[in-house]
Design a protein around this ligand. Structure first.
Ligand code: SF4
Ligand code: SF4
Length: 56
């Protein structure tokens, strides 16, 4: 299980700064979560201004 970022992402980068394990990086047209690194803490969900991050 991991959190995922959908197409509502506007690539602001706020989530990457909020992730305690550095699991979020810029991807192809939006930011992406490294499912192997994500520990499902949920910190990124509250940091996202567009609500683009959800639990898978
Ligand atoms: S749920 Fe936590 S560990 Fe996973 S990407 Fe979001 S902030 Fe990082
Ligand atoms: S905080 Fe939300 S809008 Fe900003 S880069 Fe992360 S997923 Fe995209």
């Amino acid at each position: 299980m991991a959190h995922v970022i959908n197409d509502s992402c506007v690539s602001c980068g706020a989530c990457a700064g909020a992730c305690p394990v550095g699991a979020i990086h810029p991807g192809d047209g939006k930011y992406e979560v490294d499912a192997e690194a994500c520990i499902d803490c949920g910190a990124c969900e509250g940091a996202c201004p567009t609500g683009a991050i959800t639990a898978e």
